[in-house]
Design a protein around this ligand. Structure first.
Ligand SMILES: Cc1cc2nc3c(=O)[nH]c(=O)nc-3n(C[C@H](O)[C@H](O)[C@H](O)COP(=O)(O)OP(=O)(O)OC[C@H]3O[C@@H](n4cnc5c(N)ncnc54)[C@H](O)[C@@H]3O)c2cc1C
Ligand SMILES: *[C@@H]1O[C@H](CO)[C@@H](O)[C@H](O)[C@H]1NC(C)=O
Ligand SMILES: *[C@@H]1O[C@H](CO)[C@@H](O)[C@H](O)[C@H]1NC(C)=O
Ligand SMILES: *[C@@H]1O[C@H](CO)[C@@H](O)[C@H](O)[C@H]1NC(C)=O
Ligand SMILES: *[C@@H]1O[C@H](CO)[C@@H](O)[C@H](O)[C@H]1NC(C)=O
Ligand SMILES: *[C@@H]1O[C@H](CO)[C@@H](O)[C@H](O)[C@H]1NC(C)=O
Ligand SMILES: *[C@@H]1O[C@H](CO)[C@@H](O)[C@H](O)[C@H]1NC(C)=O
Ligand SMILES: *[C@@H]1O[C@H](CO)[C@@H](O)[C@H](O)[C@H]1NC(C)=O
Ligand SMILES: *[C@@H]1O[C@H](CO)[C@@H](O)[C@H](O)[C@H]1NC(C)=O
Length: 762
């Protein structure tokens, strides 16, 4: 029987991605290091013996599971794996907790595993909940694996909503779990000097109840501080908004809630590559580590584990993990033709504010030199023959036909810069601003059209994670194109089918307002993302940079040394080097633009013919502004993961025809460039077949799921509400001309100005 295939599928697709990190909380008189999963309403906590423990004592832990009765069984995977891992399963039966340790070497039903010794320290089962506190001895090594508590690791939980086959039998079989999740368990913070007292029942008598609930202290309680503005999500939209609010309203309290943790050193990040040990240059600080965001061997904790495409879930959001390509907005980007209200088209002063805070550079190495630039002369020949001109792209924002130039980035001082090193930095210095990491907002609480606060998973900042608003307070959702729609659905705002999925999820349903207060808006509809196609070429002058494979563990020594010394050189830039644009005609007589991005190296090459992998470079051709295809995003699983319900690429065949003509035009120039060879698609595949059979057309540039004019009004207020706003990529009604982060921040500058000007606020 398949027990955990989805766990396997997710783990192999994105590594063990995770979003939530453990926090310290107290329950039953014990201080735990653990998480509260808001989807199923379960707390998972651990306590380790003191760091000084040796021998058998060093090989055990105490843990708790506190679950609503609706969850029929729960499993923990100590290292987050299905196979070769120590698994613990438990469920309530007749007022008692039945449990066993399990193990499997394959993705099949795990069987009971002798060796670890579990002792129940406390258990209770009542009409609404069950709780189990247990000691697990001989639990840090097992066949083929061990738990290393010197560092944070990534355990997993699973929840089953169908009772096990024989609830009285600890060895019972069970159906596959209904939901699962990973989290970052900060083991170094889980040690307790009270461990001996805890295992001897310290404070609360160990009980095995039969029916009657044990007397235990209640769930973690905190006193809530009300806020005037609560901004949800620390991506580019949220950071610009929170900074401008805290600047304009020195006497109001501004709270930023971010579900991820730190990223760059400035934010407390410490994830430094081995070659930079001893510095504060984290993977997020070093632009040249961008490609290592994808090919990581360890847990890719910086991605949102419950979004089915790449999305950044650390402070900075996408801007902390992206390629850093940074384009100032142009006239088309905020035009009524692209769906903006007329009141938005005067975008220039907002773009100027952004450019003053965060200027772009097309020479990211602080020594002013260009590195790994072999693609530029090759592209200059290829595109020059096709009638393109070389320009400084951000000095000529409205020239986007037959132009190319050096790529522009939001890097400075050889480091990733973006909104974190600018807006977030100034906000953080203000006493009226507070940021809380590792806090997932599930929903907003409301009384009809008035939002009263936000529901989080963090019991340390409010009772059961609830944070209230002050009188006339406002909530601004900036959780991104997938995150914001999910919060709206869980708040009873959106299409009926999405709210119905929330109603089926026991805990999320309990936070929904009464049905009479549901607000039907097209949340998740109208979505766009650039369709994109990669072409791979070889040219004898190219340095493919070992396809970026060694950049994390063993980069070229001279490049690493140069970067460590002065933050100059290859590592001062991400992988893209050349960018270009062209306007395309289409069979429907609409103009669409095409963007090209050129980088040394490649994703995958498909050819029967020999080629020299050291000389490969890639051109990504995206269909940019003018795209007419639209898709839909929403909830993709019973655990309320978010993703595409309808892919937004090429739903209009005119988009495909236009991009195909642009690709053919670029390829038509190849034979005029001596030494240039197109290797994917090769000469046995037509470009048309290549495009037709292309597997993932996505670009990670999702916009439109809460489009202005459809879900939010021209002040970015969610229609039908009095004090709920959205400021992130989701309100953008159509794709921008280039990669979106620049226009998103200029958009946020304008949005926050409109919000501040709107009467009725705090
Ligand atoms: C791999 C990749 C490469 C990219 N490359 C580029 C590029 O080179 N140039 C460019 O311009 N664009 C690029 N992009 C796109 C760009 O990063 C995004 O368009 C942009 O970050 C979107 O901004 P946002 O504010 O809407 O949301 P996001 O950046 O997604 O930020 C949302 C934030 O909200 C937080 N959050 C989500 N849900 C919750 C919740 N429930 N509670 C609390 N917090 C929550 C997240 O952790 C995150 O910090 C790239 C994107 C990806 C994924
Ligand atoms: C500890 O567990 C292992 C199996 O993981 C078992 O082989 C071993 O005998 C156990 N040790 C003790 C002391 O029980
Ligand atoms: C049921 O048990 C839970 C968890 O121990 C506890 O928080 C709750 O107060 C109990 N409810 C009742 C009605 O006793
Ligand atoms: C990083 O380290 C340098 C040198 O010690 C120091 O000057 C700088 O302030 C540090 N930066 C951050 C963000 O911690
Ligand atoms: C391309 O244009 C830029 C900006 O005008 C200029 O600095 C650069 O020298 C040009 N490059 C070449 C190879 O002509
Ligand atoms: C909800 O709003 C209504 C009308 O605006 C008001 O009468 C009522 O007291 C509010 N309820 C709560 C619980 O605040
Ligand atoms: C496109 O324009 C041409 C020339 O004006 C016209 O003949 C053709 O019918 C138009 N096609 C569409 C789909 O509008
Ligand atoms: C492949 O390319 C590299 C880099 O240009 C070159 O050093 C090497 O000789 C080439 N190998 C072959 C077999 O041509
Ligand atoms: C395709 O290209 C390869 C390598 O350049 C060459 O050997 C082969 O003859 C070509 N085949 C066709 C059908 O053109």
């Amino acid at each position: 029987m398949v027990w955990c295939r989805r766990l396997l599928a997710l783990a192999s697709a994105v590594g063990c991605a995770l979003a939530q990190s453990s926090v310290s909380y107290s329950d039953s008189g014990i201080t735990w290091q653990g998480i509260f999963d808001p989807t199923y309403g379960v707390s998972y906590g651990f306590v380790l013996p003191p760091t000084t423990a040796t021998g058998a004592l060093a090989q055990e832990f105490v843990a708790e599971i506190v679950s609503p009765i609706a969850n029929k069984w729960i499993g923990l995977s100590v290292n987050g794996q299905m196979a070769f891992d120590l698994l613990i399963v438990a469920w309530p039966n007749n007022g008692q907790i039945v449990y066993s340790t399990r193990y499997t070497t394959d993705y099949i039903q795990p069987t009971v595993y002798p060796g670890p010794i579990i002792t129940t320290l406390q258990s209770s089962v009542n009409a609404t909940s069950w709780k189990w506190i247990f000691r697990c001895q001989n639990c840090t090594t097992w066949s083929g694996g061990s738990l290393n508590t010197a560092n944070p690791t990534v355990p997993a939980w699973v929840v089953g909503l169908i009772p096990v086959d024989t609830p009285s039998d600890p060895a019972s079989n069970m159906a596959q779990h209904d939901g699962f999740g990973f989290w970052g368990q900060i083991w170094p913070l889980a040690h307790s000097n009270d461990y001996n007292s805890i295992i001897s029942g310290g404070g609360s008598t160990p009980t095995t109840t039969s029916g009657a609930p044990a007397s235990t202290s209640s769930a973690p309680v905190a006193t809530a501080t009300p806020y005037d503005y609560i901004v949800v999500g620390g991506g580019p939209g949220g950071l610009v908004t929170a900074d401008r609010l805290s600047e304009a309203l020195p006497n109001k309290k501004i709270l930023l809630l971010e579900r991820g943790g730190p990223s760059t050193a400035q934010t407390g990040g410490t994830d430094v590559p081995p070659w930079a040990t001893g510095t504060n240059l984290t993977r997020f600080d070093i632009p040249g580590e961008f490609q290592a965001m994808f090919g990581s061997s360890g847990p890719t904790y910086w991605y949102c584990s419950d979004v089915t495409t790449f999305a950044g879930c650390v402070i900075g959001g996408g801007t902390s993990i992206n390629g850093g390509l940074y384009w100032y907005p142009n006239t088309q980007d905020f035009s009524t033709a692209r769906g903006w209200p007329a009141s938005w088209t005067n975008y220039q002063s907002y773009a100027a504010k952004l450019q003053a805070r965060l200027p772009s550079t097309d020479h990211p190495s602080p020594d002013g030199k260009l590195y790994l630039e072999q693609t530029f002369p090759v592209m200059q020949k290829l595109l020059g023959n096709l009638g393109y001109s070389n320009i400084t792209l951000n000095d000529n924002v409205n020239f986007r036909d037959h132009v190319y130039g050096y790529s522009a980035y939001n890097f400075q001082k050889g480091k990733r810069w973006g909104p974190v090193a600018t807006y977030f930095k100034t906000a953080s210095a203000r006493s009226n601003f507070k940021v809380v990491y590792n806090t997932v907002v599930a929903s907003v609480a409301r009384n009809g059209s008035t939002i009263t606060g936000v529901q989080t998973n963090n019991p340390l900042i409010g009772p059961r994670g609830f944070i209230p608003l002050n009188k006339n307070g406002r909530v601004i959702l900036s959780a991104g194109s997938f995150g914001t729609p999910r919060i709206l659905f869980q708040s009873g705002i959106g299409p009926a089918d999405q709210i119905a999925l929330v109603q089926q999820s026991n805990v999320a349903a309990s936070f929904l307002p009464p049905k009479s207060q549901f607000i039907n808006l097209p949340v998740g509809m109208n979505v766009q993302d650039n369709p994109s196609i990669n072409l791979m070429f070889t040219h004898p002058s190219i340095d493919a940079y070992d396809n970026w494979a060694p950049i994390w563990s063993s980069p070229r020594p001279a490049d690493a040394a140069q970067y460590l010394k002065s933050q100059t050189g290859v590592f001062a830039s991400s992988s893209p080097r050349v960018s270009f644009w062209s306007a395309l005609g289409g069979p429907d007589n609409k103009t669409r633009w095409m963007q090209g991005t050129v980088r040394p190296g490649f994703d995958s090459v498909t050819t029967d013919y020999p080629y020299n992998a050291s000389q490969v470079f890639s051109i990504t051709l995206y269909l940019s502004t003018g795209v007419t295809s639209r898709g839909r995003v929403g909830l993709t699983s019973s655990a309320l993961a978010a993703g595409a319900l309808v892919n937004p690429w090429f739903t209009d065949p005119n988009d495909k025809a236009a991009l195909l003509s642009g690709i053919n035009n670029v390829i038509s120039g190849v034979k005029q460039v001596p030494g240039l060879t197109l290797i994917t698609p090769d000469n046995t595949t037509t470009v048309e077949d290549y495009v037709n059979n292309y597997v993932n057309l996505g670009s990670n540039h999702w916009v439109g799921s809460c489009s202005i004019g459809k879900v939010v009004d021209e002040n970015t207020l969610v229609m039908g509400t009095k004090n709920l706003f959205v400021v992130d990529a989701s309100i953008v009604p159509s794709l921008f001309t280039g990669n979106p982060q620049g226009p998103i921040m200029a958009m946020a500058e304008q949005a926050v100005t409109k919000i501040l000007a709107l009467a009725g606020g705090p």
